[in-house]
Write a protein that binds this ligand. Structure first.
Ligand code: GCV
Length: 729
């Protein structure tokens, strides 16, 4: 018995141990599963605005079998959030109301004349379903070509890229190999673009390496094109004007030379053998040290037309950039117009001139480039910068849509009142042989694609505005927020479909986005000031930066001209006369400080520090207030963001919170740097309602740019970003 007892005790022990082990094992398993679930759900931002969750069953009826239509069907099946069991019909058929890849939606049909239009319609349908918008709509694209320009170098770095390395090019040694992981990423990229209507990608930097035209790189471009094609995305390349010399061993790149023309014709034939639907070339010529036709005493038209003739038989186009400025020009803002206007009508009809939104260079605020309202016989396309070179890189929360909306809605008066930049470029005013719009991409290998969650909104906004240049930024922000953040509260504790989410997340965050561009203008360079950046990179302030060996138009004093008499660049008829490049009544309005919009005051005028503004304040006091407003606004953003914590996953909450902290710090640095520096000229006291600086100017001059840059580099590293080399000012 004893023995038995012992035995049974032992058995009991064994059983208990086994039971314990079992329980422990079970707990471990549950814990592991839980961890796996948590890891699986750790929010990394990779899904962008395309969060296909909890699709309901739907019947999709469709006879067409084109690849884009099949994609549309599967998108609908995977993303249907309407009633379960409903039927939707896909109709591939022309309609007099439809233009290009436009589409017509009803609650039970998606119609387009083209397969890719059906795919766009499917994405729009799902977007409307998820964001509670009307399902009956006809939508046609504003521009035929809606293009992302990648400033990606063939060694994998990205000029002005703040989201890691290139998704296309790796490094010089294995840049041309293609892996399955590459194809997967490019497919995701293509899908994201198609979902917002983008239909073109320029795969490499406008500061182009001639190597892009070697057979190995053309083959790689073909691999990329093959992945992008089903999503309706055409591939384009940037080319180096001197390629015939650098690659072809010719003695010249003169666009009128027979051998040069033959070289390009052969090269273009080679490209089209690999990529039959190749879109064409983007060219930066005679700009920032790049070769161009002027090196051979030829014109922009000679250069662009040489490419145009060679591309024409294949249906290719040339996007010729108007971003030109010389070191000895008294006013850089005038040069694009001066150089290009004489050639209006002299370009072939497959050339389009690509013009940056402002006359200088993607500043926080510029008036629109006068070229938009000027060229009547040559198509012109806007170039926006999605990557935030001058607006806080991937750190500052700045929704660029409001800036682009402001530009698109600016009235050029080309054909009287209402001739907006949008209308002057989308073919509404003059029939254009090509209509197009480009955005300099902010995409890299970072898991969240753009280096910050809110920078995804700028990619989204560019696509939405390129499709419909009448959309309001409020609508775009609304859509993006709903698609990107709805149902993302921890453990789904707050449903997105209740008023609480709308009132406490959607409305305040949308407000923050819509105010964000004005905030950065205020704390960086208000009232029309521009280019006050530090020397290295374009991140921190450097209004003082002007070493003797640096060309003047790469230094801030060239632009702000602050002295004891006042501040601002005189572009009036008494100054550089840039105002005369605009149509009346704008030229007259800009010319007079009393009628010039205050947002552009110091862009067009050099005014005394005591000049009185409309609200009665002196220029100096107003300047101080603007800087103050900028800082105060981003401090408010911090508080607003803290309030939304319950409605969003921890990962994105913390990432944005941390970036906002840095933004607030940097806004303060900007304010102190600029005000203390300008104070040396104005000699006026800070107004009583403006917070006093907290830094010494000498400290800021010394830490800046190096410390700002190294803080930035550290920050980038900790966010898995790689700072890109900066080849120019
Ligand atoms: C790609 C500015 C930028 C350069 C850029 C250039 C351009 O100067 O700082 O990085 O070069 O514009 O648009 O060509």
């Amino acid at each position: 018995m004893q023995f038995l007892n012992l035995k049974s005790h032992a058995m009991n022990n064994k059983q208990t141990n086994r039971a314990h082990r079992f329980k422990f094992g079970k707990a471990l398993l549950i814990l592991t599963l839980l961890c796996l679930v948590l890891v699986a759900h750790a929010e990394d931002g990779h899904e962008l605005w395309l969060r296909d969750k909890k699709a309901n069953p739907v019947i999709v009826k469709c006879d067409a079998k084109a690849p884009a239509v099949l994609l549309a069907c599967s998108e609908i099946k995977n993303g249907w959030t309407g009633k379960a069991g409903e039927t939707i019909r896909i109709i591939l058929k022309a309609d007099p109301m439809l233009k290009g890849d436009g589409y017509k939606l009803t609650p039970s049909t998606i119609q387009s004349a083209t397969p890719i239009g059906v795919l766009y319609g499917a994405y729009e349908f799902l977007r409307r379903q998820k964001t509670d918008q009307e399902l009956t709509v006809i939508s046609n694209p504003s521009y035929e070509r809606r293009i992302l320009d990648h400033w990606d170098n063939l060694n994998g770095t990205i000029e002005r890229g703040y989201a890691g390395k290139s998704i296309f090019w790796r490094n010089e040694k294995d840049s041309v190999t293609v892996t399955e992981a590459d194809r997967k990423l490019w497919t995701e990229y293509a899908r994201a673009n198609a979902s917002i209507g983008i239909n073109g990608s320029v795969l490499n930097n406008v500061n182009a390496s001639p190597q892009i035209l070697t057979p190995a790189y053309i083959k790689k471009a073909k691999e990329i094109a093959n992945v992008l094609r089903p999503y309706g995305i055409k591939t384009y390349l940037s080319v180096n004007f001197a390629s015939p010399i650098k690659l072809g061993n010719l003695k010249t790149a003169d666009p009128l030379n027979g051998e040069v023309i033959a070289w390009w014709k052969n090269k273009i034939a080679e490209i089209y053998r690999e990529i039959p639907d190749f879109g064409g070339f983007l060219v930066k010529a005679n700009s920032e040290g790049q070769a161009g036709p002027q090196d051979y005493h030829r014109t922009h038209a000679d250069g662009a037309n040489m490419f145009a003739d060679a591309l024409k038989p294949y249906g290719g186009i040339v996007m010729w950039r108007a971003f030109v400025y010389n070191a000895n020009e008294k006013d850089r803002a005038k040069q694009a117009y001066t150089e290009f206007m004489p050639f209006d009508g002299k370009f072939r009809n497959n050339v389009i001139i690509q013009v940056k939104n402002g006359p200088v260079d993607f500043q926080p605020r510029e008036p629109f480039s006068a070229l938009f309202g000027a060229m009547k016989k040559t198509p012109v396309m806007p170039e926006f910068q999605i990557t935030k070179e001058y607006l806080g890189e991937n750190i500052h929360l700045v929704f660029l849509s409001t800036m682009w909306e402001e530009v698109l809605k600016s009235d050029t008066y080309q054909q009287g009142k209402g001739s907006t930049v949008a209308k002057c470029t989308d073919g509404s005013i003059y029939r254009q042989s090509i209509t197009a719009i480009a955005g300099v991409s902010n995409i890299g290998l970072d898991t969240n694609w753009c280096g910050s969650d809110f920078d995804q909104a700028n990619w989204f906004a560019f696509g939405r505005l390129a499709w419909n240049n009448n959309l309001s930024s409020a609508q775009i922000a609304d859509e993006w927020l709903k698609l990107t953040f709805a149902n993302s509260s921890p453990a789904g504790s707050v449903a997105c479909d209740n008023g609480q989410w709308t009132n406490l997340f959607l409305i305040p965050v949308k407000k923050m986005m819509l105010e964000s561009r004005e905030a950065v203008v205020n704390y960086e360079m208000p009232l029309g000031l521009h280019h006050l950046f530090s020397a290295f990179g374009h991140y921190g302030p450097g209004p003082w930066y002007a070493p003797k060996n640096v060309r003047m138009d790469w230094t801030p004093p060239y632009y702000h001209k602050a002295d004891a008499n006042g501040i601002g660049f005189d572009r009036t008829s008494n100054g550089s006369d840039a105002v005369s490049q605009y149509h009346q009544p704008l030229a007259e309005q800009f010319n007079d400080p009393k009628t010039c919009p205050e947002t552009f005051l110091l862009w067009f005028h050099h005014l005394p520090w005591t000049y009185q503004l409309k609200n009665g304040r002196t220029l100096w006091d107003a300047l101080c207030s603007h800087y103050q407003d900028g800082v105060v606004t981003v401090r408010e953003f911090q508080k607003q963001w803290d309030n939304i914590r319950p409605y969003i996953d921890r990962e994105r909450f913390e990432a944005v919170q941390s970036k906002l902290r840095k933004q607030c710090h940097d806004a303060q640095v900007y304010k102190d740097a600029c005000l203390l520096y300008f104070h040396q000229s104005s000699k006026l006291p800070f107004p009583p309602d403006v917070e006093r600086p907290i830094y010494e100017l000498s400290y800021l001059e010394n830490i800046n740019p190096l410390t700002m840059e190294s803080i930035q580099a550290m920050f980038n590293r900790s966010n898995r970003n790689n700072a890109s080399p900066q080849t120019t000012n």
